[in-house]
Design a binder for this molecule. Structure first.
Ligand SMILES: CC(C)(COP(=O)(O)OP(=O)(O)OC[C@H]1O[C@@H](n2cnc3c(N)ncnc32)[C@H](O)[C@@H]1OP(=O)(O)O)[C@@H](O)C(=O)NCCC(=O)NCCS
Length: 178
């Protein structure tokens, strides 16, 4: 049996591997918004992007690595304006050969615990295409609920049009007395 992937914060030195990972994801995952030919980030820009996440108090870029390879990724972002700064958003993916083995659940659970311990973040939001049943199942299992739908917001290359769901979770605080 292969050993389990390690979940950790991304480091600037991951930049090259992260670009290769994201290209593979965009090539093969039909449920992402970005198409592979729209992804043109170079190594220095990626290094800078990772460094900014690594020093941010409001955002994370988590990776799962196995034998030195990135096999999953979750990145989050937060609008700094005070009226919405309690809410954070994220996107995630798992490499093809690692799906349906519990890694997505482990990675997202890790992020949820971080939000639960965070002094100001309270709400987690995501967007998911309505036909991405696997992802919706994962989010629902972890407590996310459907808050709204952008009708016909996504058009695939083959002409299919699907809705875009907004789901959210208020995970509560770990240290809060009930
Ligand atoms: C969506 C994604 C992140 C899920 O990661 P994953 O590691 O495969 O998910 P897990 O193995 O942790 O599965 C979590 C739950 O989803 C459900 N699930 C697993 N495989 C499934 C499948 N093939 N179909 C439907 N549901 C499935 C199960 O309920 C599972 O929980 P359980 O095994 O405890 O019952 C991954 O499939 C992925 O990267 N897809 C492509 C990119 C993408 O769509 N990203 C999300 C954009 S919003």
């Amino acid at each position: 049996m292969r050993n389990l992937p390690e979940i950790r914060d991304a480091k600037p030195s991951d930049a090259k591997a992260m670009i290769a990972y994201q290209k593979r994801i965009y090539e093969n995952a039909q449920h992402m918004v970005t198409a592979v030919d729209e992804f043109g980030v170079g190594v220095w820009r990626q290094r800078f992007w990772i460094a900014r996440k690594a020093t941010s108090k409001l955002e994370r870029c988590l990776v799962a690595t196995h034998d030195g390879h990135i096999v999953a990724m979750l990145d989050s972002w937060t609008d700094r304006r005070r009226r919405v700064a309690h809410s954070t958003s994220f996107a995630m993916s798992v490499a093809e050969g690692w799906r349906c083995k519990g890694l997505g659940k482990k990675l997202l659970s890790h992020f949820i615990v971080w939000v639960q311990k965070h002094p100001t973040l309270e709400r987690i939001e995501l967007h998911v295409h309505a036909d991405n049943t696997h992802a919706i199942e994962l989010y629902t299992q972890l407590g996310f609920t459907l808050e709204g739908t952008r009708k016909n917001a996504v058009r695939y290359e083959d002409g299919r049009i699907v809705d875009d769901h907004i789901m959210a979770l208020w995970p509560g605080k770990l240290n809060k007395a009930i």
